[in-house]
Design a protein around this ligand. Structure first.
Ligand code: FDA
Length: 306
């Protein structure tokens, strides 16, 4: 628990980021979780996943961007990504973070960028808005609804809900009523006990409740977890309630539990692999290390061996 807290705190440290990013060995470690640095580099990994029956969601790494020029680069990269997916015939949709699209600069800038991206993604590409820390939950949902039912509505967009937040059951009810597509995950940020369950057992129990809400009444939910118990419970719940395997999809992260990803496809379930790329991999990698500190010890052992 202490290691998790420490790693999540370090994930926000710019000094640590500049130290770690310049290090060849850390860049190698990041490659376990990140498919490549450029758009071109991810083509082959995505093709390999697709060939195994796995769909993909491509994410251009970046968050907390507070400079308008950098935001413009992110928008441009997503526009090129849409074209790349189409011309290369990849079985992929797209994930993005609102703080990489200007949310920290202003809601209107972020909204305009999202409208531009959603229009360009239509008619064939779906765009998932990742959920960031609880400081952004309400603003992310507000942005989602503005895009979903605002003056220029778009339906090729979905959102993410985290089971560690107390508020999530209510948020899911509203999203179900709106007909929105939800990805359910446990939540990856350091949150205070005033907003999130501090105990993992409660986070897992809440996940099970929310999964049932979504499977029964949701619109093609994404069950995003590597937790074998939750996956087994999802399969059982779907069977018991005659919910066909094509009414939802499992989702996992690139490089994590590849065995389970393939096994689920072989069993006839849909599986989508969240596949990040880009050079801003530091906070993403730190969150992955925090989820399983054993990754860190494994990495350190290899460092001292090298
Ligand atoms: P849990 O952490 O209990 O892990 C269950 C098992 O999975 C572990 O015992 C281990 O075997 C394996 N495992 C999990 N993480 C691992 C790792 N890093 N390395 C190696 N093995 C690991 N979060 C968020 O806040 N906002 C978001 O938008 C998203 N989006 C998202 C998309 C997708 C497709 C996934 C799968 C996850 C996210 N997440 C996320 C991250 C999520 O909140 C959560 O932190 C991780 O998925 C880990 O939680 P699990 O559900 O896997 O369970």
């Amino acid at each position: 628990m202490l290691t998790r807290t420490m790693l999540l705190q370090l994930a926000n440290s710019k000094t640590m980021e500049s130290l770690v990013r310049g290090n060849r060995w850390s860049a190698q470690l990041a490659r376990r979780f990140v498919a490549g640095e450029s758009l071109e580099e991810v083509t082959e990994p995505v093709r390999r996943l697709n060939a195994q029956g796995l769909a993909v969601s491509l994410d251009f790494l970046g968050e907390s961007v507070t400079n308008e020029q950098e935001v413009a680069v992110v928008v441009d990269t997503y526009l090129r990504l849409f074209q790349h997916i189409r011309t290369q015939h990849l079985n992929a949709n797209v994930s993005l973070k609102l703080t990489s699209l200007g949310l920290d600069i202003g809601d209107d800038l972020c909204y305009r960028n999202m409208l531009r991206l959603l229009s360009a993604a239509e008619p064939d590409l779906f765009v998932r808005i990742d959920m960031e820390s609880s400081a952004y939950t309400q603003r992310t949902l507000d942005m989602f609804y503005r895009l979903w039912e605002g003056p220029e509505p778009h339906k090729n967009v979905g959102v993410v809900i985290q089971s560690y937040l107390y508020r999530s059951a209510d948020d899911i009810e509203k999203l179900i009523a709106a007909g929105a597509r939800v990805r359910l995950c446990k939540g990856a940020y350091k949150e205070p006990p005033s907003v999130a369950y501090p105990n993992k057992a409660d986070v897992d129990a809440n996940y099970l409740r929310l999964m049932q809400q979504l499977l029964l009444r949701g619109n093609y939910p994404g069950i995003a977890t590597h937790d074998p118990k939750i996956i087994a419970a999802t399969k059982q719940f779907a069977r018991e309630h005659n919910i066909a395997p094509d009414r939802f999809e499992f989702q996992m992260l690139y490089g994590i539990r590849r065995d389970l990803q393939i096994q689920l496809v072989k069993e006839g379930y849909r599986m989508r692999v969240y596949t990040p790329f880009g050079t801003h991999w530091y906070p993403y990698m730190m969150r992955r290390l925090a989820e399983r500190p054993a990754n860190l010890w494994f990495a350190l052992k290899n460092l001292f061996r090298a």
